[in-house]
Design a protein around this ligand. Sequence first.
Ligand code: AMP
Ligand code: MN
Ligand code: MN
Ligand code: MN
Length: 280
Amino acid sequence: MKPLNADLHCHSTVSDGLLTPAEVVRRAHGNGVELLALTDHDELGGLDEARATADEIGLRFVDGVEVSISWGDDQTVHIVGLGVDPADPALRQGLQQVRSGRDARAGRMAAELDKVGIHGAYQGALRHAGNPALVSRSHFARYIAEQGHARDVKSVFDYWLAKGKPGYVEHAWATLGDALNWIIGAGGIAVIAHPGRYRMSKAERQELFIAFKDLGGRGIEVLSGPAKDEEVREFSRIAREFGFLASRASDFHGPGESWMDLGKLPDLPDDMTPVWSQLV
Ligand code: AMP
Ligand code: MN
Ligand code: MN
Ligand code: MN
């Protein structure tokens, strides 16, 4: 049987994506995606529009969210919730609380950037975000690139915004336990997002997977972003070891600004249990 073209991780203008929820859905459909989840950062506000568009064009759609959590010694990890009920009060309240820290963090980031000669970054980032509760490093990156401090958004992260760089400030996101309670309580399946993107030792990563599973986490993005062969092998092995469901996740943010376009990832290895087998 032909594998399903599922893409269960992407962003819209309701967080740090460049396309509206409706545009994301149309692009996914145009790219051949057969099952799509919109997973904006800590925000459910795009799901109604995305689902309405998906219904209109006949694309199967899953309500999703990507929750930012703090882990260990100032690590940020992302947990994707799939099949969540967007009306669930505890989920909504929890996400609202996570978002409420973004504005003050942006102020602290701008103050640090100001010291190294990047001025006006708070207002600049806010212009891109449109809403102080959604302002993210991606919005700062767009402003900084626009001001000519780096060649493109990607290099802005390398020079200014990645951990250890002048515009990076520590921030307390949700806890792993809270994020899993919100997602599972809202009827969703929790999935570890882009496991290859965390700067952790193998042992630290293993600790994260163990805690995640203990707290009810069920899935891992075996395929994410550019999906290097070596990483796909490694995370398939982890999925086997822990009995995790496997997800396929472009993490699309916008044309020209993403590691990967919607629906373009390779197929999951044959022996994986796709997370969508539990969603549809
Ligand atoms: P924040 O939640 O404000 O810390 O912003 C994190 C977002 O920045 C991620 O969701 C990505 O969209 C983006 N991002 C993080 N690292 C990079 C990178 N190295 N290159 C491009 N975008 C990045
Ligand atoms: Mn993002
Ligand atoms: Mn992420
Ligand atoms: Mn993402």
